[in-house]
Ligand binder design. Structure first.
Ligand SMILES: [Zn+2]
Ligand SMILES: [Zn+2]
Length: 257
């Protein structure tokens, strides 16, 4: 079993010139990938890319919470009905870049959580510098959630523990490989292998030794190898466990060996 990139933005304009080539190179190296939207246009742009081994997630990033109205949620519901769309997100709170006011972010977050509960779909959470409020909202919804991924985890071990206690999965991107990411690495150490995921968040956050380059989904192998070494487990085993977790949380049946 190979690796999975559980979160990338392949529809990004950063791939406009060579998207097909990147996708082909990716599918030669990875089992499958997940293309994530962060507003209505980018969710719609993800749809034509979906097909065998390419799944989609649609949602509104907290940056764009101020743009949400009733039509937004209607359109998300329509897109979510497609069989290749496997979850809702990325949704959440971002207090680092407060492009939408905090109370407006919370409303859009709750609206999408309500939709996920109604549709019984897993969710992908974006949480930046908003641990306390993000945790409070998610704790309220946790008993009703079909599955939850804390994407591009950016908090320390204390909140890793709290989100794990809610039954969530913790996903690490290339920034965990950065030299100064000590707190993040401490968090990665305590995440059990059966709750760990890997992602790129491509085109952002290329892992060491490719840091600074445009990130491509198959770069996820560097992050996975780094995590295996950090946690002192066999690289093969880390790949197997994270891929198996991705199948479980996104509810994609595993091929029988
Ligand atoms: Zn994000
Ligand atoms: Zn993202």
């Amino acid at each position: 079993m190979g690796l999975v990139d559980t979160h990338c933005h392949l529809q990004s304009e950063r791939f406009a010139g060579d998207r097909d080539a990147v996708l082909q190179a990716t599918l030669e190296k990875l089992d499958w990938i997940v293309v994530i939207g962060d507003d209505i246009p980018s969710s719609e742009e993800a749809l034509p890319l979906l097909g065998p081994r390419v799944y989609g997630v649609v949602g509104m990033h907290p940056y764009y919470a101020k743009d949400c109205d009733d039509a937004t949620y209607d359109r998300l519901r329509e897109m979510a009905a497609r069989p290749e769309v496997i979850a809702l997100g990325e949704m959440g709170l971002d207090y680092f870049n407060e492009y939408s006011p905090r109370d407006v972010q919370a409303v859009a977050f709750r609206k999408q959580l309500d939709l996920a509960c109604e549709l019984d779909m897993p969710i992908v959470i974006h949480n930046r510098e908003a641990d306390e409020d993000c945790y409070a909202i998610l704790a309220e919804y946790a008993p009703r959630l079909a599955g939850c991924i804390m994407h591009c985890f950016g908090s320390g071990p204390d909140y890793a523990e709290k989100f794990l206690d809610l039954g969530f999965y913790i996903s690490f991107a290339g920034n965990v490989t950065f030299k100064k990411a000590v707190d993040l690495q401490e968090a990665a150490k305590i995440v059990p292998l059966d709750r760990l995921l890997v992602e790129t968040d491509a085109p952002f956050l290329a892992p060491v030794p490719l840091r600074g380059k445009r990130c491509e989904p198959h770069f996820v192998s560097h992050t996975a190898d780094f995590l295996a070494d950090l946690k002192g487990v066999d690289r093969e085993r880390l790949a197997r466990e994270t891929t198996s977790n991705a199948h479980r949380v996104y509810r994609i049946p595993q091929p029988t060996p």
